[in-house]
Design a protein around this ligand. Structure first.
Ligand code: PLP
Length: 359
């Protein structure tokens, strides 16, 4: 078996144990003579899997019954619209931007002003940085406050939950399950699965039930949280295989110390990598140290003419997908839960060697 260290930002690496389990069950699931992807989502066997995934996620994140947990499709990007259509309710929503994803969410939300659904207020504008709180222009009675705690492309993380009065909506696509959070601090959490949960095709929404009562008449039924909650996320055919695999990841997390243990390892991984970057003049990370992401670590080479060689040599060394996002250039190592400390050590060893040979 040849599994290399994969630092892809998404779809990202999965735990090998999970893939092996799926492989063993692929053709003949539970001795039924069929694959789990070949059975009805309404069958008792599948519903058991679906419910176990939800139960395990509730356990992992400490999600109370005040919240519905939805397993949807369309990616985090469709939630940029779904959030507005479900929550805005003729009021004002506050948006903080800190990088590409929160900017996209803001832009998408802004389109709904023209439909007369309410107002979208830009609280403060950051682009790879976090505007300080005294710059924030919060609305008096916002229906919700939207932000992205971890900007995947810029590698910018907000570690403290913002102190605002409105229900907080958070795009946690690239940081969900990376460390413990208090779900009760949030009105709604959403995340595309393909970073830190499972394969692409599944989108997780955790929404406080009282917030599901204010959807716009324009909201398509398939996007209406209350509808989906009442139908156990099976208003139409869900992404059954991605849901099943995500369930295996939740089991893996529970077997490996939960998010508490993930947080310890993730902080150790990030520390190792940032240390290697900071110790040298050859590599740089431009993010304010207070907001350096523990999941996505962008860095540049002082001499960008070496970028191509760095990528070639790292790939030869079995370190995959280190190319930075085209919007920011340079390199990026995404070090989600399934990336091991050992693999990050391999990366920092490689970086030191590369610097020795080319610095
Ligand atoms: C990847 C990502 C998205 C986009 O997710 P899709 O599932 O592709 O729509 C949105 N927000 C953040 C923070 C992301 O990391």
């Amino acid at each position: 078996m040849n599994r290399l260290a994969n630092f892809c930002a998404g779809p990202a690496t999965m735990p090998t144990e999970v893939l092996l389990k799926a492989q063993a069950q692929l053709l003949d699931w539970q001795g039924r003579g069929v694959s789990v992807m070949e059975v009805s989502h309404r069958s008792a066997e599948y519903i058991e899997i679906a419910q176990k995934a939800e139960t395990d996620l509730r356990k992992l994140m400490g999600i109370s019954e005040d919240y519905a947990v939805l397993f949807l499709q369309g990616g985090a990007s469709l939630q940029f619209s779904a959030v507005v259509l479900n929550l805005l309710n003729g009021g004002v929503a506050d948006y903080l931007t800190t990088g590409t994803w929160s900017q996209k969410a803001y832009k998408e939300a802004k389109r709904y002003e023209a439909l007369g659904l309410g107002q979208i207020n830009l609280v403060a504008q950051g682009d790879g940085d976090v505007p300080t709180f005294d710059e924030w222009q919060l609305s008096k009675n916002a229906t919700y406050f939207h932000y992205c705690p971890n900007e995947t492309i810029h590698g910018v993380q907000i570690f403290d939950v913002p102190k605002v009065n409105a229900p907080i909506v958070a795009d946690m696509s690239s940081c969900i399950l990376s460390e413990p959070i208090n779900v009760n601090d949030f009105g709604l959490i959403y995340a595309g699965a393909q970073k830190n949960i499972g394969p692409a095709g599944l989108t997780l929404v955790i929404v406080r039930r009282d917030l599901m009562e204010q959807a716009s008449a324009y909201c398509p039924s398939i996007l209406t949280y209350k509808n989906q909650a009442q139908n156990d996320s099976m208003l139409n055919t869900p992404a059954t295989f991605a849901w099943y695999l995500s369930g295996l990841v939740f089991e893996w997390l529970l077997d490996n110390g939960g998010v508490e243990q993930m947080a310890k390892t993730n902080h150790a991984k990030a520390k190792l990598l940032y240390q290697a970057i900071d110790e040298s003049d050859f590599y740089h990370n431009h993010v304010n140290p207070k907001h350096r992401s523990i999941m996505n670590v962008p860095f540049v080479l002082a001499d960008s003419s070496l970028d191509k060689l760095f990528l070639e040599k790292s790939q030869e060394a079995g370190l995959l997908n280190l190319k930075g996002h085209r919007a920011v250039g340079g390199m990026r190592a995404s070090i989600y839960n399934a990336v091991t400390l050992e693999q990050v050590k391999q990366l920092t060893d490689f970086m030191k060697d590369f610097e020795k040979n080319h610095g």
